[in-house]
Design a binder for this molecule. Structure first.
Ligand SMILES: Cc1ncc(COP(=O)(O)O)c(C=O)c1O
Length: 391
């Protein structure tokens, strides 16, 4: 995947760009333009139906369900691993990316004084997990860095003799850019750095979500892989598996990774068991077609937004289903300002987007998904232009 500044085909090409039957697969409120799939995902009806059937099973015979559930989790894990291209013995179901980050960081051997390198694009709860366990060195990445090489250089230049671990996003949340590329991971490995990749957005969005052989990698299934909320996976390289411990011991504790990590006594496992249905659905729709549709749609959306005075493009990852643009200077400088603008856009325009903050001025992130239509980006653009011109 290459990173480049927006190319710019004719916007009109994509006026009618709908994914056939895409919107009908979801029960999203048609009054709202859901242009923020990247934050919480959305569950398609076939996946919700699979989960409902599992819930019926639990209700009908809880004893049978819970006695057999560890093996069914293993089977579901195998199906997910096959879709992601990972080793089924090296992947564990977890609740979400935040939990996965904590489990991974607990498995590290850190001495007093060791540092974890993070970036100022890292997701808040994930960076907080690192800061709770060690001193963090925060690399500030200019969103305008032109390409992946420049990003890699900035990260490698920030290593110090105390850096033991690099905790990096696969795709950054605010700016939607590839960060932990195979090349950067190789560079870190050469320098003896343990790599932890936050691939929250990778499953369902990237063709090879696990590329680059990081030591630890985690990804949400409930974002782009269409799984119910609370579905994520943590992949661990063989050398580290024995050190990944469940936060709470369960009856599966003596089974080691991954069973010990994922089993957590009597809880609702229906989301994990239904999770492979989401990836199966993407495969049935055609993963390549879904990716191409989503990428084209956000490209169209970004080209429209760029026409608003003061909104400017940022370098982006080719073929991704999210794009970020910079807002006029002085807007969304703080978390509070960003949240206020996000809610104003929701209330006035009926559009869900992500607004990210940065000192001096933040930006807007849009997503593309098979339920989205070009008209929704047109509505956002017209409304935002109006909103910003009124100050
Ligand atoms: C890069 C990144 N990491 C982690 C998370 C947190 O995900 P979760 O709330 O599922 O733990 C997000 C959520 O948007 C994210 O974008």
């Amino acid at each position: 995947m290459t990173t480049s500044v927006g190319a710019g085909k004719d916007v009109q090409d994509h006026k009618r760009g709908e994914f056939p039957g895409g919107a009908e697969l979801f029960r999203l409120d048609p009054a709202v333009a859901h242009l923020n799939h990247g934050s919480f995902g959305a569950v398609p009806l076939p996946v919700a139906e699979a989960q409902r059937r599992l819930t019926e099973e639990v209700m009908a015979d809880p004893d049978a369900f819970f006695v057999g559930v560890p093996d069914r989790i293993a089977e579901a894990r195998g199906r997910v691993a096959a879709h992601l291209g990972g080793d089924p013995d090296g992947i564990a179901f977890v609740a979400n990316a935040t939990e996965a980050a904590n489990l991974a960081l607990d498995a590290l051997r850190l001495d007093p004084g060791d540092e974890i390198l993070v970036t100022d694009h890292g997701y808040g709860t994930v960076v907080a997990a690192a800061a709770r366990r060690a001193r963090t060195a925060v690399v500030s990445l200019d969103p305008d860095l032109p390409d992946e090489d420049a990003v890699s250089e900035a990260v490698l230049a920030a290593l110090t003799p105390r850096t033991r671990v690099a905790l990096l996003d696969g795709i950054t949340s605010p700016t939607a850019r590839p960060l932990a590329t195979p090349r950067l991971l190789a560079g870190l490995r050469e320098r003896g750095i343990t790599t932890v990749v936050d691939g929250a957005h990778a499953p369902g969005m990237l063709a090879e979500p696990l590329a680059g052989e990081p030591d630890f990698w985690f990804g949400n299934l409930h974002k782009w892989a269409y799984a119910p909320a609370g579905s994520a996976v943590l992949a661990v390289a063989p050398a580290h598996r024995a050190r990944v411990a469940a936060p709470v011991p369960s009856w599966e504790d003596d089974r080691g990774f991954p069973r010990a990590v994922e089993f957590r006594a009597t809880v609702d496992y229906t989301g994990w068991l239904a999770a492979p249905e989401g990836l199966d659905l993407i495969a049935r729709l055609g993963a390549g077609q879904v990716r191409a549709h989503n990428a084209e749609l956000v490209r169209y959306g970004a080209e429209l937004l760029e026409r608003i005075p003061g909104v400017t493009s940022l370098p982006y990852g080719e073929g991704l289903a999210m794009r970020s643009l910079r807002l006029p200077a002085g807007l969304a400088r703080t978390k509070q300002e960003a949240a206020a603008l996000r809610e104003e856009i929701a209330a006035r325009l009926g559009c869900r987007v992500l607004i990210w903050n940065r000192p001096g001025g933040g930006g807007i992130r849009i997503s593309g998904q098979i339920y989205n239509r070009p008209e929704e980006y047109e509505r956002l653009t017209a409304g935002l232009r109006d909103l910003l011109s009124r100050g």
